[in-house]
Write a protein that binds this ligand. Structure first.
Ligand SMILES: Cc1cc2nc3c(=O)[nH]c(=O)nc-3n(C[C@H](O)[C@H](O)[C@H](O)COP(=O)(O)O)c2cc1C
Length: 173
């Protein structure tokens, strides 16, 4: 066993083609969130499924954000973000914050009721649940930045079905 897990030399990275990976990921159903941020860098938000719990002590989650997104520099500058998990009836918000309606940055907040908790990041009052986070670490991985956030506050929204993205369609669970 000695040395069985010791890397001895850098190996070339081998992975499947992006298209194969994208097709495979389409089969993986995921909750739909709107990740928001506000502060000195301005106010912004984007639709995301790449959100994951990291550990519960201290409560930490991660969000993956494409560095080409308009939100990327704003999130980095503000140092805070909120993960708003969408309810079943909020497809329209998901499309707005995915840029599918041609609405950008601040203008995206014209729809929905927005409040704040601790960090000042916009919290969607109708969200199934909202995680108000302060960024503790950012790691660049290829095209994306992974934001790790300490969850400073949680807000449970109205009970009801949640919105999920599966097979490139919105579904309700
Ligand atoms: C269902 C769905 C999930 C998405 N998940 C992510 C994600 O996890 N990370 C990401 O960077 N972009 C994700 N996107 C794309 C962003 O929402 C989109 O690129 C962004 O809102 C564009 O913002 P911009 O106009 O501010 O650049 C997703 C889009 C959709 C429709």
């Amino acid at each position: 066993m000695d040395g069985a897990f010791t890397a001895v030399a850098p190996e070339p990275i081998s992975s499947v083609e992006p298209m194969i990976f994208r097709e495979a990921m389409a089969k993986l159903g995921a909750a739909v969130h709107v990740v928001t941020s506000a502060g000195a860098g301005g106010r912004t938000g984007f639709t995301a499924t790449a959100v994951c719990s990291v550990t519960d002590a201290p409560a930490t989650l991660l969000v993956c954000l494409n560095r080409r997104s308009n939100s990327a520099p704003i999130l980095a500058q503000n140092g805070v973000f909120c993960v708003n998990t969408l309810g079943a009836g909020e497809e329209k918000l998901a499309d707005i914050f995915a840029g599918r309606s041609g609405v950008h940055l601040e203008e995206r907040f014209a729809v929905g009721e927005w409040i704040t908790l601790r960090t000042g990041a916009p919290v969607l009052a109708s969200a199934v649940v909202a995680f108000d986070c302060r960024t503790i670490e950012v790691k660049a991985v290829a095209s994306h930045n992974v934001f790790f956030g300490a969850v400073e506050a949680v807000r449970l929204g109205p009970a009801g079905q949640a919105l999920v993205y599966h097979d490139r369609l919105y579904k309700k669970v």
